[in-house]
Design a protein around this ligand. Structure first.
Ligand code: NAD
Ligand code: MN
Length: 476
C-alpha cells in the first residue's frame, strides 16, 4: 500500500455568499414570500449558504420574463448572434472551471478529480458544441426552417448539477428558446454561479432564469400554463407524475429517468481492463449515476477470477475528503439518499445475497457509504431490480451470450449497458439485442456532447446530446 500525503484543493478559490436570491430577468431577486432553505456540504454537514425558495408567484415572474425575452430578443435573434453568447459562456466556464469544480464538490460531495476532470470539461464542451449548431439549424436534418418551441421549464437532479444544467440549457438556447431552470434542492450553488456567468456574458435578461426550491417549486414550474416545453431528469416516480400533469396540454416533454444497467463481462475480456470498467461503472460519482453499471453480469467460467481482481482493486479505492485530489469516493449527497442506500443494501443481505466491502474507515461527520458488492444475487432480489443510486454493485453470473442478453434486459429500465469482450462480432450481436439507449463496448460511463443519450422503457423518452438533442427544442 502507498501512503498518501493530503493533497487538498483550495476552498478559497470559491467566494460563497451567505444568502442567494432567485435569478429572474437577469437579476438576483428576493422571493416574494421570503421562503428559504439551506444547502449543506454533505462531507461535513456544514451549512454552505441560505437559498431562496421560489413560490408560485416567483415561478410566474420567471416564466413571464422568459416569455418576454423569447418574443422580443432571443427568438428573433439570428442564430449566429445567439452562437456568440453561447461561445462566450463556454469560454467563461473554462476560465472559471477551477472555481466551478470546487463549488460543485463542496455542494455535492463528489471528488474534486471528477468535478475537475469530467464534469467541468463536459460542461464547457456542451456549450461549445451547441454554440456550433446555433447558426446551422436548417442543416440539422429537421427541415429547412426549424423554429424554436418557446419557453422551456427544466428540472434537474443533484448527481451532476452543472452538467445536467448544460445538457438542458445549451441546446435550448442554441435553438432560440428561453429557459426557467430549477436545480435540485441539495445542489443549487453551481447553477447560481452559472447565473452570474450569464450576467458576465451579457446574456440578455430573461433568456436564462434560475428558480431554486424543492419538489413543490418544480411541480409549480412544470404545471405553469406559460411553458411550452418540459425537460426533466430525476426519479421515475416524479417523471411519471410529470408525464401525467403534462398529458393533454400542448407542452412537449422529455424525460430522463432511472436505470439499472448491466455491465457484461465475457470470458475472453482482458480481466484487468474489465475490472477498471466495473469500478468506473459503479463507483464513479459514488454510484449516483443514472447509467451506472449497477448489475455486473459475469460469465461463470471467469467469475472467480474477475471477483478476486475486483476485490483487490476495491481495496485500493480511497474514500474521504472530496476536495483531496487523491480521493476516489466522496460523500453521499444527502442523509435521505444515504438512508435509501442503507435500506436497499440491508434488503440485499436479508434476501440472502452475500455482502462484501474492503476495510474502509468512514469519517465521523457527513454522509458516507463504503464501496460494496453483493454476490450470490438472483434476478428476484430487490438489489437486482431497484435502482440503488449508490456505490453498491450486484453481481450475477451467466453461461451463454443469449442468457446474458435475457438477464440484461430483465429490468423495467433501459438506459445503458456495457459489454466486455475481445470479439467485435459479439459486441455487435449483443448491442443489437440489448434494450438500452447507450451501449458501451470495452469502456463505460464515456460521455460526449456529440453523442445522443436517453432511455428505453421506464428510463424515459427523448434524447439529449448530439444533433438528436436539438429536436426536443425545435418545432420540427
Ligand atoms: P427526484 O426525482 O425527487 O428529484 C429530481 C428533481 O425533481 C429535483 O430537482 C426535485 O426537486 C424535483 N422534483 C421533485 N418532485 C417534483 C415534482 N413533483 N414535480 C417537479 N419536480 C419535482 O429525485 P431524488 O429524490 O433526488 O432522488 C430519488 C431517486 O431518483 C434516486 O434514488 C435515484 O434513483 C433517482 N435519480 C435519478 C437521477 C437520474 O439522473 N436519472 C438523478 C437523481 C435521482
Ligand atoms: Mn449541498
Amino acid at each position: 500500500m502507498f501512503e498518501y500525503a493530503p493533497a487538498p484543493e483550495s476552498r478559497s478559490v470559491v467566494d460563497l455568499k451567505p444568502t442567494y436570491g432567485l435569478f429572474i430577468d437577469g437579476k438576483f431577486v428576493d422571493p416574494s414570500d421570503g421562503g428559504s432553505f439551506k444547502s449543506v456540504n454533505p462531507a461535513t454537514e456544514e451549512v454552505l449558504a441560505e437559498i431562496a425558495e421560489a413560490g408560485s408567484g416567483d415561478v410566474d415572474r420567471a416564466v413571464r420574463a422568459a416569455r418576454r425575452a423569447y418574443e422580443k430578443v432571443w427568438g428573433p435573434m439570428p442564430g449566429r448572434d445567439r452562437a456568440k453568447y453561447l461561445y462566450r459562456i463556454a469560454r467563461i466556464i473554462q476560465e472559471r472551471s477551477r472555481e466551478l469544480a470546487v463549488l460543485e464538490s463542496l455542494d455535492n460531495g463528489k471528488p474534486i478529480k471528477e468535478s475537475r476532470d469530467v464534469d467541468l470539461p463536459l460542461v464547457a464542451a456542451h456549450f461549445f458544441y451547441y454554440a456550433g449548431w446555433a447558426d446551422k439549424l436548417p442543416y440539422a436534418g429537421f427541415g429547412p426552417n426549424p423554429a424554436p418551441v418557446g419557453v422551456a421549464a427544466q428540472v434537474i437532479p443533484w448527481n451532476f448539477p452543472l452538467l445536467m444544467l448544460a445538457w438542458k440549457i445549451a441546446p435550448a438556447l442554441a435553438g432560440g428558446n428561453t429557459v426557467v431552470l430549477k436545480p435540485a434542492e441539495t445542489t443549487p450553488l453551481t447553477a447560481l454561479l452559472f447565473a452570474e456567468i450569464c450576467q458576465q456574458a451579457d446574456l440578455p435578461p430573461g433568456v436564462v432564469n434560475i428558480v431554486t426550491g424543492a419538489g413543490e417549486t418544480g411541480r409549480t414550474l412544470v404545471e405553469h400554463p406559460g411553458v411550452d416545453k418540459v425537460a426533466f431528469t430525476g426519479s421515475t416516480e416524479v417523471g411519471r407524475a410529470i408525464a401525467r400533469s403534462v398529458a393533454g396540454t400542448r407542452k412537449k416533454l422529455t424525460l430522463e429517468l432511472g436505470g439499472k444497467a448491466a455491465n457484461i463481462v465475457f470470458d475472453d475480456a482482458p480481466v484487468d481492463q474489465a475490472v477498471e470498467g466495473i469500478v468506473n461503472g459503479i463507483f464513479f460519482n459514488q454510484g449516483h449515476v443514472c447509467c451506472a453499471g449497477s448489475r455486473l453480469l459475469v460469465q461463470e467460467s471467469v467469475a472467480d477470477r474477475v471477483l478476486e481482481a475486483l476485490k483487490r482493486r476495491m481495496a485500493q479505492l480511497r474514500l474521504g475528503d472530496p476536495l483531496d485530489k487523491n480521493t476516489d469516493i466522496g460523500a453521499i449527497n444527502s442523509a435521505a439518499q444515504l438512508a435509501r442506500i442503507k435500506e436497499l443494501s440491508d434488503a440485499g443481505s436479508a434476501e440472502g445475497a452475500e455482502r462484501w466491502s474492503p476495510p474502509c474507515e468512514l469519517p465521523d461527520r457527513g454522509f458516507w457509504f463504503a464501496p460494496t458488492i453483493f454476490t450470490g444475487v438472483t434476478q428476484a432480489h430487490r438489489i437486482a431490480r431497484e435502482e440503488i443510486f449508490g456505490p453498491v454493485l450486484s453481481v450475477l453470473t451467466f453461461r451463454t451470450p443469449a442468457e446474458a442478453v435475457e438477464k440484461a434486459n430483465n429490468t423495467p429500465y433501459g438506459l445503458s449497458a456495457g459489454i466486455w469482450t475481445d470479439k467485435g462480432s459479439r459486441i455487435l450481436w449483443m448491442a443489437d439485442r440489448l434494450r438500452a439507449g447507450v451501449v458501451w463496448a470495452n469502456t463505460f460511463n464515456k460521455f460526449d456532447p456529440t453523442s445522443p443519450f436517453g432511455g428505453y422503457k421506464e428510463s424515459g423518452y427523448g434524447r439529449e446530446g448530439g444533433r438528436h438533442g436539438l429536436e426536443a427544442y425545435l418545432n420540427v
